[in-house]
Write a protein that binds this ligand. Structure first.
Ligand code: ATP
Length: 774
């Protein structure tokens, strides 16, 4: 690795030297941050440095601060922990340590620092920046550096990225690593559930989270726990009775297993600690259950990052470099956050202050204020958890005239989270006094049922029917691609026959089309003048009206596991490029996001298409890349190709062309993961969002109770799609989405928010723009 000339006079002012470091507890995704920062820095014409072992490396200097080359971070996207090390460093807490750190940064010629860590690390970073001018003065006054030597470094830019498994930082929906950790927790609970079910046991699971209950709450929602303990929202004064009563009632309703999740920092209203062992003793002694405790411990930190963390870390790393380049001496230090689906910059100090405020409010026992300090999503998840586990409904039941019969139907291919959404809808209905009616096997099932054919059925669902669906993949009530237009008349007849007052439709583009058809057919059939909501659920993420469909995260995780395995094989065989065919219909979303998450060399999408020139340029690029590898490890490469990227250039053909044209310098194979991409067990993100959106959808349907058919017909919000739009969860009227935002021919939204991300894939793989279709 070539060293740069570090003498300040030799450095052009625009060529910034940007340091990146990881600090505090390790979190999956930190390596993706380092990779993204290193490569984006080089792509921006600047020079990247890695600071090894967190602040300790900054204080020690020397070899702990190293210039990084493009190839140094090859293959880092799939690595867990942090390959540049992290530490908790006492010396940096003192000014003397920070003075050494400043001296080392000047020595190495570093203009800006990107720090990925928790709130402690970012507090330290902000303090460092605040002190920086005085540290420079001290270096000069003590004779360590000349005025000339520090001239260029009078301002230090710092950008923070939140890497923490706890998801404890206010202002961002997710910290880098939290979804990987949640995935590990849910996987463990799913395994434990099998034993619990077999032996009718209770398990008390302790998860990490000293001041933040996000992991416990989300695990509770995703795994269908019976009770949770989190620091921000302690249980009522008589929590022992409350918990035992809920667990006993669930058992009386027929549940064979009990799961209670306790956050590490759980306590009661008076801040007395609640431990897993206390909970276990209560369940054993008062409820008489055979109860075990499992403390998940460091398993929660481990393993490769999940797809979401890889994407988040990569996009935030790229944004951090841009923030450094945009910064002026006056710009307050930013942290890079995500709000719903948008990457945004926020002032670091504000976010840290708000985070500390939550901990302070917990200490002051002001739990309402502590909850307000968390984001809206947190309260909604808590509400959803309470609704789906409630046994005493007396204060939640609606008056008889407000109760509805809600039809629940799955349309299209199965997608992760469909069952979790249905379970949430059923639990919500029963808590409020509505009646959930399942239409099995989609619209054809409904019509066949009427014709007394065996495949179809309609039934009212009870709490126990759906209780253990939270973690199940596929579709428990069966799904079908058939549309209502195949038999409007019977569909309308069935709606009337079962006295359906509202319709909850879960599925992908077909579900969207089905509701569009029903809405349009209202003129002919009064029965369709009822409120309808589509909850987008498809691996393709191609439903108009939302930036996120449940099931797409599960798909991405299945796809990256597949690609990681293939890449390992490609690395081992040396000089091999795999062309992997992805699903996604006519939408390149899955291919592009998976491309970001595995570090693909190129992504071929239907939106861009493929032409011969692209293949020629990509083969040139591959030759150059393999030329640089010199037989080193991690030389396997992947091109992701959507199933509909081209009618002519199929995945197999592309692989053969690449092999033929490689001149024997490398090999090429194709691989088709196919239906593996629908995933087995849904990811916690899909399960959690399914529950949240499911409850919100039912609340939306409820608004129409008591309205006449005509009033419903006239209200544009009576047929809607729920989705994430911009930084909000919204219901969008079908009529407008159909008209303005739907590309009916290609079955996808007209404007796909992720299109620009293909450029990021290219920047980080070094693919020249000449390779793109013009
Ligand atoms: P996690 O969320 O995993 O605990 P963290 O970043 O909050 O991560 P900390 O141990 O709090 O972890 O902080 C990491 C390091 O940051 C500390 O060891 C110390 O070097 C530095 N640091 C933390 N707080 C400060 C501070 N107030 N002033 C200076 N440096 C600090």
């Amino acid at each position: 690795m070539a060293e740069v000339d570090l003498s300040p006079a030799k450095m052009p002012a625009s060529n910034k030297n940007i340091g990146v470091m990881t600090s505090g507890g390790d979190a999956p995704g930190m390596c993706c941050v380092v990779r993204a920062v290193v490569r984006q820095t080089i792509a921006s014409g600047c020079t990247p440095f890695a600071v090894y072992e967190g602040y300790q490396g900054l204080v020690d200097g020397g070899d702990m601060i190293k210039q990084m080359a493009w190839e140094d971070v090859r293959g880092w996207v799939s690595e867990g922990g942090t390959l540049i090390g992290t530490a908790r460093c006492k010396a940096f807490m003192e000014r003397a340590g920070r003075l050494n750190a400043a001296n080392n940064l000047v020595e190495k010629g570093i203009d800006a620092l990107i720090i990925c860590g928790g709130d402690g690390s970012l507090t330290g970073a902000d303090k460092f920046r605040g002190e920086w001018p005085s540290l420079m003065n001290e270096l000069v006054s003590s004779g360590k550096r000349t005025e000339e030597a520090v001239k260029r470094f009078r301002h230090l830019n710092i950008v923070g990225l939140v890497g923490s498994i706890d998801n404890d930082l206010s202002g961002t929906d997710a910290t880098i690593g939290c979804y990987s950790s949640l995935q590990r927790i849910c996987q463990s609970i799913d395994f434990i559930d099998a034993t619990a079910f077999s032996h009718q046991r209770a398990f008390v699971i302790e998860v990490m989270g000293r001041h933040c209950g996000w992991l416990a709450l989300m695990a509770g929602v995703s795994c269908g726990a019976d009770f949770i303990f989190i620091p921000e929202n302690p249980p009522s004064e008589n929590w022992e009775d409350e918990m035992c009563s809920i667990v006993s009632k669930h058992r009386a309703m027929g549940k064979r297993k009990t799961t209670v999740i306790v956050a590490e920092g759980a306590h009661d209203m008076k801040l007395n600690k609640i431990t897993a062992v206390m909970v276990k003793d209560l369940l054993a002694q008062r409820v008489g259950l055979d109860t075990r405790v499992t403390t998940l411990g460091h398993v929660q930190r481990g393993g490769p990052p999940c797809a979401y963390d890889r994407m988040l870390a990569t996009l935030q790393g790229v944004e951090a470099v841009k923030a450094v380049l945009d910064a002026t001496p006056e710009t307050p230090s930013p942290i890079i956050c995500i709000v719903e689906n948008k990457i945004v910059r926020k002032p670091m100090l504000d976010a840290i202050a708000k985070t500390n405020e939550v901990a302070g409010n917990i200490e002051k026992m002001d739990f309402e204020a502590a909850m307000r300090g968390r984001d809206a999503e947190f309260s909604e998840f808590l509400q959803a958890f309470k609704i789906t586990t409630a046994t005493d409904k007396s204060d939640m039941l609606l008056p008889k005239e407000k109760r509805m019969r809600i039809g629940i139907i799955h349309v299209g291919a199965p997608a992760g989270g469909m069952n979790a959404a249905t379970r949430a809808a059923v639990a919500y209905c029963l808590t409020k006094g509505h009646t959930p009616v399942a239409f099995h096997n989609g619209f054809p099932g409904l019509c066949r049922h009427h014709a007394d054919e065996p495949m179809g059925s309609v039934n009212e669902l009870g709490w126990l029917d759906a209780e253990n669906w939270a973690s199940r993949g596929g579709s428990e009530i069966g799904t079908n691609r058939g549309l209502p237009s195949e038999d409007f008349k019977t569909t309308a007849y069935c709606f009337e026959k079962y006295k359906i007052d509202g319709l909850f439709v879960v599925g992908g583009f077909e579900a969207f089309t089905a509701v569009s058809e029903l809405r349009k057919a209202r003129a002919q059939y009064d029965a369709f003048k009822l409120p309808m909501v589509v909850l987008p659920a498809t691996v393709s993420n191609n439903v108009p009206g939302t930036e996120y469909s449940i099931g797409s995260d599960t798909c991405l995780n299945a796809l990256i596991d597949y690609c990681d395995a293939i890449k390992q094989s490609a690395n081992a065989s040396r000089r091999r490029v795999f062309v992997v065919e992805t699903q996604g219909g006519a939408s390149g979303y899955i291919a592009t996001i998976a491309g970001l998450s595995i570090g693909a060399v190129a992504v071929y999408t239907p939106e861009e298409g493929i032409n011969l020139n692209m293949l020629v340029e990509d083969i040139k690029f591959l030759k150059a890349q393999f030329g640089k590898d010199k037989g080193a490890g991690r030389s396997g490469k992947i091109i992701l190709c959507n199933e509909k990227a081209s009618k002519v250039y199929t995945t197999e053909m592309i692989a053969k062309i690449i092999k033929e044209e490689s001149g024997g310098r490398f090999d090429s194979r194709f691989a088709v993961p196919g239906h593996v991409q629908q995933g087995g067990t849904p990811s916690p993100m899909d399960r959690g969002r399914a529950v949240r959106f499911g409850v919100k959808s039912l609340q939306h349907l409820e608004r129409f109770m008591g309205m006449s058919r005509q009033e419903i017909n006239d209200d544009e919000n009576s047929a809607t799609v729920i989705g994430i739009r911009g930084a909000q969860v919204k219901f969008s009227p079908m009529e407008r989405i159909e008209r303005e935002e739907t590309d009916w021919k290609d079955r996808r939204p007209k404007n796909e928010f992720w299109m620009g991300l293909a450029d990021v894939v290219d920047t980080l793989s070094g693919r020249p723009t000449a390779c793109r279709r013009t």
